[in-house]
Ligand binder design. Structure first.
Ligand code: SF4
Length: 283
């Protein structure tokens, strides 16, 4: 897509709608314009690859006790000051070491680990996967062709057409709902309504969806905050699990105190008034 003057291409993947000149990278650092087209610049560029327990995603109610080969690249379209994974999420190609891998190579690796170590499939995680959604799509097709599962761990801040294209390929997802309002998302650099829409699309597509809220002291740690989050999730389905997790000092909030465990437990109790499955994390 190009803007009215035709001099810049417009990226339609997330609500930032970056307008980019040829050769320019988007806000996420993962996309760029090449020959007038916005392309996925981090395609196949792998910064992290590990066989993780699925509970680490966190996903608690899909294949519990299993392991999933987890892959990440670099880049993110949000700028949460509390980012817990900034070493790859808040970096570009010059700052994050990567190796190249094709979708078929990753799917083959996932299949080998099925026989050797009980791997169930491939998880797209660590950085924000949907800024490179074409790679997720292509990997997911290869993984499905081998009879294995696809797991998405995302901030959910992507336009509906992207989520709708990915959803049928995804078996389980954990989507962050980082705060209860656009005011919170203004601070974190995202779009509240877009994230809520992504959760709804994935659920309606039949994907197993779980949600995570990282409790950041002074930002989203009131009873009203978590009640608003739980109310939205319940409006989609009260059976969707919610992980209420503890913040540790990182990135631009390296000087902040960790969330008190008692706060996380109190907020989980508040959420349980609306939701059937609420878990605490990092406590
Ligand atoms: S995905 Fe990246 S390039 Fe595209 S609009 Fe979002 S931040 Fe900009």
């Amino acid at each position: 897509m190009s803007d009215a003057a035709g001099a810049r291409a417009v990226c339609a993947v997330c609500p930032r709608h970056c307008r980019l000149a040829d050769g320019e990278k988007g806000f996420c650092r993962a996309r760029e314009v090449n020959g007038g087209m916005v392309v996925c610049a981090n395609y196949g560029r792998i910064t992290s690859l590990a066989l993780d327990p699925i509970e680490k995603k966190p996903i608690a109610f899909f294949e519990p006790g299993s392991k999933v080969l987890s892959v990440g690249s670099y880049g993110c379209n949000m700028r949460c000051p509390f980012c817990q994974n900034d070493a790859i999420s808040q970096r570009g190609e010059c700052e994050a070491a990567f190796q190249m891998a094709t979708p078929a190579e990753l799917a083959d690796a996932a299949l080998r680990l099925k026989a050797e170590r009980g791997n169930i499939g491939l998880a797209y995680t660590y950085n924000e996967p949907l800024v490179g959604w074409e790679f997720v799509r292509d990997c997911a097709r290869e993984v499905r062709a081998r009879g294995m599962a696809n797991v998405l761990v995302s901030n959910g801040c992507a336009e509906a057409n992207v989520v709708e294209e990915i959803a049928p390929l995804i078996d389980a997802a954990n989507i962050d709902l980082k705060g209860p309002s656009q005011e919170f998302y203004d601070w974190a650099g995202g779009d509240f309504a877009v994230v809520c829409r992504a959760i709804r699309i994935l659920h309606l597509a039949g994907c197993h969806v779980e949600v995570t809220t990282l409790v950041v002291p002074g930002r989203n740690d009131s009873d009203a905050d978590i009640d608003a989050i739980a109310a939205f999730i319940a409006s989609v389905s009260p059976d969707i699990p919610l992980h209420v997790t503890r913040f540790f000092p990182r990135w631009r909030m390296a000087d902040a105190e960790p969330t008190p465990v008692a706060t996380v437990r109190r907020l989980a109790e508040v959420a349980r008034l609306r939701l059937g499955r609420v878990l605490v994390g990092n406590c």
